[in-house]
Design a protein around this ligand. Structure first.
Ligand SMILES: Cc1cc2nc3c(=O)[nH]c(=O)nc-3n(C[C@H](O)[C@H](O)[C@H](O)COP(=O)(O)OP(=O)(O)OC[C@H]3O[C@@H](n4cnc5c(N)ncnc54)[C@H](O)[C@@H]3O)c2cc1C
Length: 429
């Protein structure tokens, strides 16, 4: 009889346990699954606003991996083993129909993340192939290794031959993911990279975003200047103004690319928004000229709303007045001079904002974790401590929004489960 301990009943731990339970036919395996919550998959249940963006409709692996600012190369084997179509197949064959939305995000048809967790839980607990011990409301406090792993909780001590650390990252700590896995990894000989929040909204020095709160754009191009290096981060995508600044998929992606930059009122970052990235400067100027000819009698800011939402036009007009390009008394579109047209086009293509911080406590994932060179990419086994495995966000892997983080957790969890099983089979020969 061999014993496997899995610390963390989140996305990665559940997929590893489910795969083990289904594949370990006629094997003498006992699995101890620990989670500090009184239910499994707490973060999966709240993910995607409760709808659970379970994976992505991007099937090409190379294209898929472009959505991981950290860990893309390392993820290759796991993604080939359990790519998005196989994740979809897994859930659908376990009774959860899925749908792919226009932007390629995949959700359960029920729009309920609980269904995703239920499918995994059922597979784990109702499978006769393995003996499962679910330790809920059980906080693992210490792990040491002698011949096996000694897992200590407040209630008991359990010994296991194989150990999977799937404790997640360090965000939304109320879901139980409080970064304990980093300390466990360190106590077993690993190092931990610098950690940083990723996928967050930004706060701005300017307070006009609050006048625009809720105004959204489906296609913008964002550019954020780095303060530490001579470079900038650029990303196209949707954006929404908030009461404190800016948010939305393009901002989340930029915050992820710039995860290790420091943001504060003392160290603000310069960001620009291109509201009409599909037009070149020349095309935009031509459009402004054409519209001015057609609507010469319209007041300037009313004329601008041909191109932009009304509330933004007022902010634009105020900015142009501040730059002394637009007189404070209103003018008509037909009265625009060449300089005003040029400045208006520039503002539409590079609207400036001063970023003073990330919205605190709202980041979705943690950048950093167990360093990837310390883990075997083909098995998820530690290169430092034999029979120790890692999966999910505890690793130095994180993706953009769009189902990429759960996809990485399913894939690494599945591969870790499979590798442990192979090792068990070998040990029994
Ligand atoms: C609000 C929010 C929404 C999100 N939405 C999406 C989305 O729609 N799509 C997407 O792809 N990604 C989304 N993510 C990210 C995604 O949920 C995570 O990346 C993913 O859940 C990580 O899986 P994991 O198994 O590594 O860790 P987790 O799912 O965080 O699970 C780790 C588990 O380990 C347990 N644990 C930790 N320490 C201990 C201990 N000492 N003892 C016992 N148990 C312990 C925790 O209780 C927890 O249940 C979202 C994240 C957040 C915060």
């Amino acid at each position: 009889m061999k014993t496997i301990a899995i610390i963390g009943g989140g996305a990665a731990g559940l997929m590893a346990a489910a795969h083990l339970a289904e594949s370990a036919k006629d094997k003498n395996i006992t699995i101890h699954l620990f989670d500090k919550n009184d239910h499994l998959g707490a973060k999966v249940i709240i993910s995607g606003g409760g709808r659970c963006n379970v994976t992505t409709g991007i099937h090409d692996i190379k294209q898929l991996l472009q959505n991981y600012p950290r860990g893309a190369k390392f993820l290759m084997s796991a993604m080939y083993k359990l790519p998005p179509p196989k994740v979809m197949e897994w859930f659908e064959s376990h009774g959860i129909p899925l749908k792919t939305e226009e932007d390629l995000r995949v959700f359960p048809k029920s729009d309920n993340g609980k269904d995703i967790v239920s499918a995994l839980e059922k597979t784990i607990t109702q499978n006769p192939n393995v003996t499962i011990h679910l330790h809920l409301k059980t906080n693992v406090t210490n792990i040491t290794k002698k011949t096996g792993f000694i897992i200590t909780t407040k209630k008991e001590t359990i010994t296991a031959d194989y150990l999977l650390i799937a404790t997640g990252g360090n965000t939304y700590r109320q879901t139980g993911s409080t970064g304990d896995g980093y300390a466990f990894a360190q106590s077993l000989g690993h190092t931990i990279t610098k950690l940083a929040p990723s996928l967050s909204s930004f706060m701005t020095k300017e307070d006009y975003p609050k006048d625009l709160a809720g105004v959204s754009f489906t296609q913008t191009e964002i550019t954020l200047d780095s303060n530490s290096e001579k470079k900038s981060y650029t990303r196209k995508g949707p954006l929404v103004f908030t009461h404190r600044g800016i948010s939305g998929p393009a901002i989340f992606a930029i915050s992820s690319m710039a995860a290790y930059e420091n943001f504060s009122a003392k160290e603000p970052h310069h960001l620009t928004i291109n509201f009409l990235p599909h037009l070149t400067k020349a095309e935009l100027l031509e459009k402004l000229q054409k519209e001015a000819n057609l609507h010469g009698k319209k007041e300037f800011k009313n004329f601008l709303d041909i191109l932009l939402p009304k509330s933004l036009c007022e902010v634009m007009a105020r900015e142009l007045m501040k730059r002394k390009k637009l007189p404070s008394n209103s003018i008509h579109a037909g009265q625009m001079n060449a300089e005003l047209k040029k400045e208006t086009a520039e503002l539409i293509h590079a609207f400036p904002l001063t970023i003073t911080g990330r919205s605190p406590g709202e980041e979705f994932v943690t950048a950093g974790g167990v360093p990837l060179p310390e883990v075997d990419t083909n098995t998820m086994e530690s290169k430092i401590c034999p029979n120790l495995y890692f999966a999910g966000e505890v690793l130095d892997i994180d993706g953009f929004t769009g189902g990429f983080n759960l996809q990485a957790s399913w894939a690494t969890g599945y591969l870790a489960g499979e590798s442990m099983l192979k090792r068990l089979n070998k040990a029994e020969l």
